[in-house]
Design a protein around this ligand. Structure first.
Ligand code: HEM
Length: 518
């Protein structure tokens, strides 16, 4: 009897065990299926667009399901990858590229590029931006689309007219004097100088001054709040940025979790600076008397309910003011530092540039008109931007189905103009790594396609700050060359090895300054 009971208890236990095992297996199988389905769904999501170019009959590099073609940018570096495939498809007007899951049409043909920038502009009014910004930066020109962009651009354009920029020369002069004092000190102490940081401090001081009438003095006090916050904005969190590069949709998710790609606190800091200056100027009756961008933007500002055609809201004003800082200082610093370095490494070019400066500017600081007359210096700057362009590429988003030169560009296709590859195409610029300003004399320029040099973009959506940047560069370079000569030093590495991901020299741009004997 006892034995029978024991047997039935054992069998109950056995069947309980079986049941538990069975349930565990079903659960595991269910989890496995869900995981598999999710992996499959993710795979489908990542590869959903990978057939686009094949259907269009457009060639592209072989794709990886996760990276698209991004693994090639990681393998070779952004510059090199652009050059490799630009050359690989040299007999094509366009080729395809997948930024992870996103198809991007790369346009090589210069006539097609011209049509995209100008003739067919109505189809390419917008830029593609990786993520949407929050206020106070949301409504900035770089980011805005369609009619909203047109409205703001029309209001802001007069701010950058020759007349307005001419009036800003005094701001540039003030900062150039401090720049020269710094160089004098470096010369006296025999210091070897890395040009990048020096140039960035100068161009940030100029933007703070021409933009907002502020004297932040980064050249003397590199850790000032304005400069540290600006550095945070132009160097977003690299981990989050990489995630968003692969899956742009994640940017909203990170933002909601309180981790925006561009630090929101820094943006708010700059908006508060702008608000404070506006209040002070209104209080002190200084409206229209400071000759900076804020002055002009303030005149264009109106309360939302009183809005007329040609006025900005405070939110639009914030966004433009902030954009001028971020679009204006790092780019100009890149050109200033590379140009000075190239001059130091090419003594014949340096001598010629100095002779021109002496002849056209004499001893005083170059003004707006003398700066326009510095044609050889202009050639040096153009050549420096060709070799090391601050913008690696330009993009546009196609807003309506369009045919250009027999090629169908569907609505929403992202267009990429490979500036670096065009600037170093040996069929356009022979021996492209060589620094040779003569490429930009009027005779040589006339033999080239006008769209073979695109450092500031082209057409109605080109760089609005180009004239200001060139004026600032010419005044700073000419003033420096009047008194000093940049020369090679023990740390100089030439020819330059460009960084794989950004317009920087891998080994820095090191020079020494010598005082000129006249
Ligand atoms: C050497 C210095 C600079 C370079 C190389 C440069 C380059 C560029 C490039 C390539 C674009 C895109 C153009 C296109 O899509 O066709 C651009 C746009 C822009 N830049 Fe610059 N830039 C420089 C300086 C400045 C300065 C000093 C400012 C302002 C103070 C500025 C403000 C802007 C703005 C607001 C846009 C957007 C224009 C729009 O979408 O309507 N840039 N820049």
């Amino acid at each position: 009897m006892q034995c029978k009971q024991q047997i039935s208890q054992d069998s109950i236990k056995q069947s309980e065990n079986n049941y538990t095992l069975h349930t565990a297996m079903i659960t595991l199988a269910l989890i496995g299926t869900v995981v598999l389905l999710e992996v499959f769904a993710f795979y489908k999501y990542m590869t959903a667009n990978h057939g686009v170019f094949k259907k269009m009959g457009i060639e592209h590099p072989p794709t990886s399901w996760f990276f698209g073609n991004f693994n090639l940018a990681i393998k070779y570096g952004v510059f090199e990858a652009q050059k490799i495939f630009y050359n690989k498809y040299k007999d094509k007007k366009v080729y395809g590229w997948y930024d992870s899951r996103k198809p991007v049409m790369v346009v090589r043909d210069l006539d097609m590029i011209k049509d995209i920038f100008v003739k067919n502009f109505a189809s390419f009014t917008d830029r593609y931006t990786l993520f949407d910004f929050n206020p106070p930066f949301r409504d900035n020109l770089l980011n805005l689309r369609g009619e909203h962009w047109k409205h703001v651009r029309n209001i802001v354009t007069p701010t950058f007219s020759s007349g307005r920029i001419k009036k800003m020369t005094s701001h540039i002069h003030k900062n150039t004097k401090v720049f020269l004092e710094n160089i004098q000190q470096m010369y006296e102490t025999g210091q070897e100088v890395e040009l990048r940081d020096l140039s960035a401090a100068f161009t940030l001081d100029v933007i703070a001054s021409t933009g907002f009438g502020l004297e932040i003095n980064t050249l003397k006090n590199p850790k000032n709040k304005f400069a540290t916050e600006a550095q945070k904005v132009i160097n977003p969190n690299p981990v989050l940025f990489t995630f968003v590069l692969f899956i742009p949709e994640l940017s909203k998710f990170f933002s909601t979790l309180g981790f925006p790609i561009v630090p929101q606190k820094s943006m708010v800091y700059f908006a508060q600076v702008v608000d404070q200056i506006i209040e002070e100027r209104k209080r002190d009756g200084l409206n229209g008397k400071v000759n900076d961008f804020l002055d002009l933007l303030m005149n264009a500002e109106k309360e939302e309910e009183q809005m007329e055609q040609r006025e900005l809201t405070r939110s639009e004003l914030h966004a433009q003011a902030l954009l001028f800082i971020f679009a204006g200082f790092d780019t100009t610093a890149t050109v200033l530092s590379f140009t000075l370095f190239f001059l130091a490494m090419n003594p014949e070019v340096l001598k010629k540039a100095q002779q021109e400066v002496d002849a056209k500017c004499g001893q005083g600081l170059p003004n707006y008109d003398t700066a326009q007359a510095l044609t050889y210096l202009d050639m040096c700057i153009n050549e420096s931007i060709r070799v090391a362009s601050p913008a690696i590429f330009i993009n546009r988003r196609c807003v309506q189905d369009t045919y250009i030169q027999g090629i169908h560009i569907p609505k929403d296709m992202i267009i990429l103009i490979p500036i670096c590859a065009i600037h170093s195409d040996p069929e356009i610029y022979s021996d492209p790594d060589k620094f040779d300003p003569e490429r930009f004399n009027s005779e040589n320029k006339a033999t080239r396609h006008p769209y073979a040099h695109l450092p500031f973009g082209q057409g109605p959506r080109n760089c609005i700050g180009m004239r200001l940047a060139l004026l600032e560069l010419k005044i700073a370079l000419a003033a420096l060359l009047q008194k000093f000569s940049p020369v090679p030093c023990s740390k100089s590495v030439y020819p330059i090895k460009l960084s794989k991901v950004q317009p920087r020299a891998q080994d820095g741009l090191w020079v020494k300054f010598e005082q000129r004997m006249k």
